[in-house]
Design a protein around this ligand. Structure first.
Ligand code: DGY
Length: 330
């Protein structure tokens, strides 16, 4: 019996692709070219499965052009690149990689928040420009993280891991807003208080966004929301570009309506809104919150586990839409 064919749409660890090749006919993308939509669709012809990352859009048109496709396995926890309703309607399994990146992403979110509060990137640029000639009492004066109020928008696994760092490591008061309130036994160890969105914006000294991207969270932080924040507050986004209106944020930073921001994700990335590149009080990183060797390996392994299970009749460990199981035969 011939083995199913799969596409690995981006370059990943050779061990991951080699492992998939023990089960499937694998088409690799070792040049790591980003396929256009038409190229991706053409590459998927005859493929039963696809290993993707957040950079490939899986939508109804692509699925209709490839009716043999049965599983789309994302190497990312966020899956706003996949139209899950379109997958459901066609019986295509979608999977993601939750849990394995929680702590690593929380570390990075916390680090970004700290570097915004303590003006690390801004002061480093100053030093590199050779402008540091003397000490001054107010040179790069920032705001404390310890003991401050940590506001979290989106209290899922990563939000809770950031809250834990703040509450237990830095004595912060944690307030959060989420679609649903956590049960008391999850709130209690964090001392976390559920508040409305406006109260979150008004009260947070450091606001961290960890909310999944959807039509409902598009521009959840725009000019009106920024206007509610304290002038001394910082904003950190490790969720998705598009949750923040980047133009409005750049204006708020330039006019010092908030103190500083730290962004790992951008609307339209890898393009970055040009205004964000010219404001000084910001830390910018290229979507690397989950980028440690161990975590990226774990994400790749989990995405491969999902693909292997899906196409060999086993239970995929982390399905997004388990209701489509068992999968139809190819
Ligand atoms: C995720 O997993 O969603 C990250 O943003 C990609 O590293």
């Amino acid at each position: 019996m011939s083995r199913p064919a799969v596409l690995v749409a981006r370059k990943v660890f050779a061990e991951t692709t080699d492992r998939l090749a023990r089960h499937f006919e694998v088409e690799r993308n070792d040049d790591d070219r980003i396929f256009t939509k038409a190229e991706l669709s053409a590459k998927l012809r005859g493929k039963a499965g696809c290993f993707v990352t957040g950079s490939e859009r899986i939508d109804a048109e692509l699925l209709d052009a490839n009716p043999q496709l049965r599983a789309v396995c994302n190497m990312a926890v966020g899956y706003n690149n996949i139209d899950v309703d379109a997958c459901n309607a066609r019986g295509v399994l979608a999977t993601n990689t939750p849990d394995v990146l929680t702590e690593t992403t929380a570390d990075f979110g916390f680090a970004l928040m700290m570097s915004a509060a303590r003006r690390m990137a801004e002061s480093e640029h100053y030093l590199r420009r050779g402008e540091w000639t003397r000490w001054a009492y107010d040179m790069f004066i920032g705001s404390d993280v310890h003991g401050a109020t940590l506001g979290i928008l989106g209290m899922g696994r990563i939000g809770q891991a950031i809250a834990r760092r703040g509450a237990l490591g830095f004595g912060m008061q944690v307030i959060y807003h989420n679609r649903s309130r956590l049960p008391p036994e999850q709130e209690a160890p964090l001392g976390a208080r559920y508040v409305g969105k406006d109260e979150l914006l008004r009260e947070a000294d450091h606001l961290v966004l960890v909310v999944p991207y959807s039509a409902a969270s598009h521009h959840a932080i725009a000019a009106a929301e920024l206007a509610l924040m304290k002038p001394s507050a910082t904003l950190t986004n490790v969720a998705r570009g598009g949750v923040v209106d980047d133009a409005a944020l750049a204006a708020a930073l330039r006019e010092r309506r908030i103190a500083a921001a730290a962004l790992d994700v951008f609307e339209g990335e890898p393009q970055v809104h040009p205004d964000l590149l010219t404001v000084p009080n910001i830390v910018l990183t290229p979507h690397i919150a989950s980028a440690t060797v161990a975590t990226r390996r774990a994400m790749a392994d989990l995405a491969a586990d999902n693909l292997i299970a899906a196409l060999t009749g086993a239970a995929p460990p982390t399905p997004i839409n388990p209701q489509v199981l068992p999968l139809r035969p190819s």
